[in-house]
Design a protein around this ligand. Structure first.
Ligand SMILES: O=C(CO)[C@H](O)[C@H](O)COP(=O)(O)O
Length: 260
């Protein structure tokens, strides 16, 4: 798989390589890096597009920017397809016209964050809980631009040691969690119900999320994906394989754009 890589340094990012007489380098916060990636992605948006609007703290910056450009008249005739109730609310508050996949089954471009990005542009998504709608919308896109700060880059999916989310129906969720854990027993998998306080976290679709914590590389991702989806009780998982067409990574050193 050929991956083209180009790097650009946004004017607001210091490299730390300035001459001694320059002011000290500005250290950007993770949120500022997210915003830089998001604004770069919005440069791909053109008037008249049907846009998948992602969910999470990085995607929020992109949605804000789209709203701003619409207000300024620099973008017109946009239709947004939100990937969560939260993004729906944000887009409504910004006056972005919205619709859904029933009316627009083909989406021109989606912009969304990710929890992990591997060297082949495979993703883990859904730590914000919106994986199902994200996968539906982003799977219907001609172009899917992923926006991350560099902390999201991993050598292999599951490599951050954080959760690999799986959306499951609430019915007998313990049974499904056990089957998921058994599936990846060799990877030292621990399956945990995601909670909000004492209560199960409930997705926009009324389902629960089982977070898988993996101690070892999950191996062949396609096989892992098929095995998860084969379990009755599973609705969707957070591995987004071969879906991203562009990944924009913001770091202290600048912005890197990878294209498939
Ligand atoms: O998949 C997601 C939500 O379901 C988010 O895109 C992902 O969790 C990244 O979030 P953030 O931009 O806040 O780091």
């Amino acid at each position: 798989m050929a991956i083209a890589i180009s790097a650009e340094k946004p004017s607001s990012v210091e490299t730390g390589l300035s001459p001694l007489s320059s002011p000290p380098p500005v250290i950007l916060t993770q949120d500022e890096l997210k915003k830089i990636a998001a604004y770069k992605a919005v440069e791909f948006v053109e008037s008249g597009m049907v846009l998948g609007l992602g969910t999470g703290s990085t995607a929020k910056h992109a949605v804000d920017r789209i709203g701003e450009l619409l207000r300024q008249g620099k973008l017109t005739n946009i239709v947004g397809i939100p990937t969560s109730k939260k993004t729906h609310e944000q887009a409504v508050s910004l006056g972005i016209p919205l619709s859904d996949l029933d009316s627009y089954p083909v989406v021109d471009l989606a912009i969304d964050g990710a929890d992990e990005v591997d060297p082949f542009m495979n993703l883990v998504k859904g730590r914000g809980g919106s994986l199902l709608r994200e996968k539906m919308v982003e799977g219907a896109c001609k172009k899917f631009v992923v926006i991350v700060d560099e902390s999201k880059l991993v050598p292999h999916l599951g490599g951050s040691g954080l959760a690999m989310p799986v959306e499951v129906v609430p019915y007998c969720w313990k049974f499904t969690a056990k089957r998921l854990q058994d599936l990846f027993e060799d990877c030292g998998c621990v399956a945990k119900l995601r909670t909000t306080g004492e209560q199960p976290f409930v997705t926009d679709n009324g389902n629960y999320v089982i977070d898988l914590y993996l101690k070892k590389d999950i191996g062949d991702l396609k096989v892992a994906s098929d095995n998860i989806l084969r379990l009755a009780g599973v609705v969707e998982h957070g591995m987004f394989l071969d879906m991203a067409t562009t990944v924009i990574v913001a770091s202290e050193l600048g912005v890197t754009i990878r294209n498939k």
